[in-house]
Design a protein around this ligand. Structure first.
Ligand code: SF4
Length: 326
């Protein structure tokens, strides 16, 4: 297991249910996505990531500013058209028209939120990193066109968790904002459902803490300067300044720096305990896998759409638990 290069998703599968990891990641027995007439959720997410990455890369280059909102919004829409143009050859035009409309609505919602929190904080620095990858090939053309961060590195990052457990990791961080004092926040754009703050704190969604540690241990950032690591969601039309980045791990004393006052942020003691608990959970799951234990034994409730459900016989497992034969 020490030699394996993990993605956050694979580690998540292992921690969630070792059988799920075995079935999906080792046997490759996941149910295939049904063919789509429009974009799948995964494809939609990928296109939104690309549009936002290129949009903020242009902000970094001074191509638009928050002072000229009309021009910025027009450029965002133009980028969406450019990115989605390639789909026109292969998709049902009717479905694609609906997909385009939905994607633009999500982008507009993110844009509104972005304007509002920046106005509130007076923080107008461009993101420090966009699509910062590690352990994945670094394509020169992608770097030049702003699709990949120049600080990306092809070798995986080796994390040391709990002072002893080594985990090699690959992945890509969507966006990292950093203020002039060096305080940083890591964001993962999500256009679908995201876990609750409680679930994130329990370790049910490892990407946020893992990417925080990757940035610290693999890219030399001071843990004391972390503000947090969170999902950046499309929002639900509520309080735009507050509700689109609060789902994550936030350090209570620093959230004002990013214009947030999340309902649940962590004081220093809770922050330390949360990190320790998540690291322990990863270590325990890896130890069991090293012993060949890939039992059907979900750590929490089974996810609603588990791609290995068709083969795991979880219902038999639940029954045996009820009968006390397990
Ligand atoms: S449905 Fe539950 S028990 Fe079955 S593989 Fe998925 S997480 Fe594991």
């Amino acid at each position: 297991m020490e030699k394996r290069v993990w993605s956050a998703g694979a580690l998540n599968h292992l921690v969630e249910c070792r059988f799920q990891f075995l079935a999906i990641r080792l046997w490759k027995a996941a149910e295939k996505e049904a063919p789509q007439r429009g974009l799948s959720w995964r494809e939609e997410g990928e296109r939104i990531h690309e549009i936002l990455c290129r949009f903020f890369h242009e902000y970094r280059r001074g191509r638009w500013t928050f002072a000229d909102e009309e021009r910025a919004l027009a450029r965002l829409e133009q980028l969406a058209d450019e990115v989605l143009r390639d789909e026109e050859r292969e998709r049902d035009p009717f479905y694609l028209m609906i997909d385009k409309f939905r994607i633009k609505q999500k982008l507009l919602s993110i844009w509104k939120h972005e304007k509002e929190w920046r106005r509130k904080t007076g923080f107008y620095a461009a993101p420090a990193h966009l699509e910062l990858s590690f352990g994945l090939p670094v394509c020169k053309e992608d770097v030049e066109t702003g699709r990949l961060d120049p600080a990306s590195r092809p070798e995986p990052v080796t994390l040391v968790l709990g002072g002893k457990r080594k985990v090699r990791l690959q992945g890509k961080m969507d966006r990292i904002d950093r203020d002039e004092e060096g305080y940083y926040a890591i964001y993962d754009y999500k256009t679908g459902t995201v876990p609750t703050i409680e679930q994130i704190g329990q370790g049910r969604s490892l990407q946020l803490p893992l990417y925080l540690w990757v940035y610290q241990q693999g890219f030399g950032q001071d843990p004391a300067l972390a503000i947090g690591s969170a999902y950046y969601v499309k929002g639900n039309g509520g309080n735009a300044a507050a509700n689109q980045r609060n789902k994550g791990l936030w350090r209570k004393e620093e959230t004002g720096r990013v214009g947030l006052n999340p309902r649940k942020s962590l004081d220093p003691d809770d922050w330390r305990k949360t990190e320790e608990n998540i690291q322990r959970l990863i270590d325990q799951s890896l130890s069991k896998a090293e012993q060949g234990d890939f039992a059907v034994s979900p750590t929490w409730d089974c996810p609603r759409f588990c791609p290995a459900r068709h083969i795991c016989r979880v219902d038999a497992w639940i029954l045996s638990k009820k009968r006390g034969t397990r």
